[in-house]
Write a protein that binds this ligand. Structure first.
Ligand code: 1PZ
Length: 210
């Protein structure tokens, strides 16, 4: 594992990788080229963990949770080539929602990517120095409905320990202006990816209420 300092502009790296993946997904939707590879997806999804590391010790648990699920998917990529392969396998085995299954881990990683999108949207909609409001709103929208009461309570308590907006951008080596552009680009790039993943479930009659 490499340290953050090796990536001079983490937000640029994330944005560019997501734009690449987004183009691939759009190609698939237009019927040109096959399916999204799992190893490819994992590589790109792993980039966002740099963001958690800017959030301080209280969110170490969130980072570990996210990374653990991603590692399980990386392992699965030795057996399954595409995202739809893991879902088809779990559908056949009635393990789509089973704790620790690949389909469930993919659903959680997808929620992490969507949470980052919601955080960026909140950051663009306010200039408040304190991230508590931004983070709480994004979390309530994307993750809280699917987390247990205990997890939600811990997360909301942790919100008081977040760095300030200025500290966050400083850690990311960004200014308000440079970050704004990249956050907009991440938002547009992530939407087709998130929609693509959701459709993998929905097209197999799996309702996304978990
Ligand atoms: C500047 C903005 C800061 C925003 C901070 C928001 C932090 C959200 C923290 C979420 C903590 C989740 C803790 C554990 C959740 C688990 O219960 C679930 C269910 O797992 P399962 O039952 O399927 O085994 N795990 C997850 O949902 C996976 C982890 C998702 C964490 C995503 C965090 C993304 C943070 C982005 C940071 C910029």
């Amino acid at each position: 594992e490499h340290s953050d300092s090796e990536i001079p502009f983490p937000l640029s790296a994330i944005t560019e990788a997501f734009e690449n993946l987004s183009e691939k997904v759009k190609g698939i939707k237009n019927g040109s080229t096959g399916h999204l590879r799992l190893d490819n997806f994992c590589e790109i999804a792993s980039l966002v963990s740099v963001l958690f590391r800017c959030l301080g010790l209280a969110f170490k648990f969130a980072e570990m949770e996210y990374v653990a699920k991603l590692h399980a998917l990386v392992d699965a990529s030795k057996t399954f080539q595409t995202l739809q392969d893991i879902i088809d396998h779990d559908v056949a085995n009635y393990t789509v929602k089973t704790s620790g299954s690949n389909s469930r881990n993919l659903r959680r990683v997808r929620q992490g990517l969507d949470l980052v999108r919601a955080i960026f949207e909140q950051l663009l909609s306010t200039s408040d120095s304190y991230l508590k409001e931004v983070a709480s709103t994004a979390y309530a929208e994307v993750c809280a409905p699917y987390h247990t009461w205990a997890v939600r309570t811990a997360v909301y308590a942790g919100m008081y320990t977040l760095p300030t907006r200025e500290q966050l951008f400083l850690k990311l080596n960004e200014t308000e202006q440079s970050a704004e552009k990249k956050m907009r680009r991440y938002i547009s790039a992530s939407l087709p990816i998130i929609e693509y993943i959701d459709k993998l479930y929905l097209s197999r009659n799996i309702v996304l209420d978990w």
